[in-house]
Design a protein around this ligand. Structure first.
Ligand code: TYR
Length: 254
């Protein structure tokens, strides 16, 4: 006879990778603020990755991001910022987007550096967008991640595609007593040369020039840094080594 009251056998459950879980947290926060979530190509050309972002070939900033070059001038994108250019060429202002995805840098790996990692890029363009809007947005993200008491900190920095540019940190206020400032990413007001390069590309594609005189802000951050703290993962290489002892801890957690 069959005892239908016996508990069933548990089915093995998969789980989301910690980076995807952090991405989902972040995109939920930005969707609440009315942002559209987009993705784009990991294989880029020099123009979108550098030139159109106000980084000419002779610019020393090219050395800051060592590049994996492919054939005929193509490359693995070194950041998600080329998505700013792609999205603006295809869409007219006003706009609010976050772009997520993998980026690649030709560097030696250690506990905090990988040759492949992830970024979340934000871009807001419209009329009279200011640095105050940028600060408010980053603060709202920090509250979404770490609760109402979260703090943010900005310090001046340099990115060729911003003017002014800044780096930002959020205060990670944690009951385990590990609270600290987490340097999370770069940001700034979109440089007018980026708008000009976008309009040039639009014109070449037979579209109207619509970015002259617009203002906007952008930011880029690394979900690995958030995930390492949140899930206490001490080495960034654990994310991608496919060791079941690491990834198995996220089984059944969706
Ligand atoms: N692309 C920069 C990097 O990878 C981060 C960044 C993104 C900085 C947007 C500023 C900005 O407006 O280092």
């Amino acid at each position: 006879a069959i005892d239908v009251t016996l508990p069933g056998l548990p089915l093995p459950a998969g789980g989301l990778h910690p980076i995807n879980r952090v991405y989902d947290d972040l995109t939920a926060i930005y969707e609440r603020m009315g942002y559209t979530v987009v993705e784009g190509p990991e294989i880029e050309d020099e123009h979108h990755n550098f030139e159109a972002l106000n980084v000419p070939w002779f610019h020393p900033a090219r050395d800051l991001q060592d590049t994996f070059w492919l054939e005929d001038g193509r490359l693995l994108r070194t950041h998600t910022s080329p998505m700013q250019v792609r999205y603006m060429v295809d869409h007219e202002p006003a706009l609010k987007i976050v772009a997520r995805g993998k980026v690649y840098r030709y560097e030696a790996t250690d506990a905090t550096h990988e040759a492949m990692f992830h970024q979340l890029e934000g871009l807001v363009v419209g009329d009279h967008i200011s640095m105050a809007d940028l600060k408010g947005t980053i603060a709202e993200m920090a509250r979404g991640l770490y609760g109402a008491t979260a703090k943010v900190r900005f310090q001046p920095s340099y990115y060729p595609f911003t003017e002014p540019g800044a780096d930002f940190a959020v205060y990670w206020d944690n009951p385990r007593g590990e609270s600290k400032w987490l340097e999370l990413g770069g940001c700034g007001m979109v440089h007018p040369n980026v708008f000009r390069a976008v309009d040039d590309l639009r014109e070449a594609a037979g579209k109207e020039r619509v970015y002259e005189g617009k203002t906007g802000f952008a930011f880029g951050l690394g979900p690995e840094r958030i995930a390492m703290l949140k899930y206490r993962i001490p080495d960034i290489r654990y994310f991608y080594a496919n060791d079941p002892r690491v990834i198995g801890q996220f089984r059944g957690e969706l």
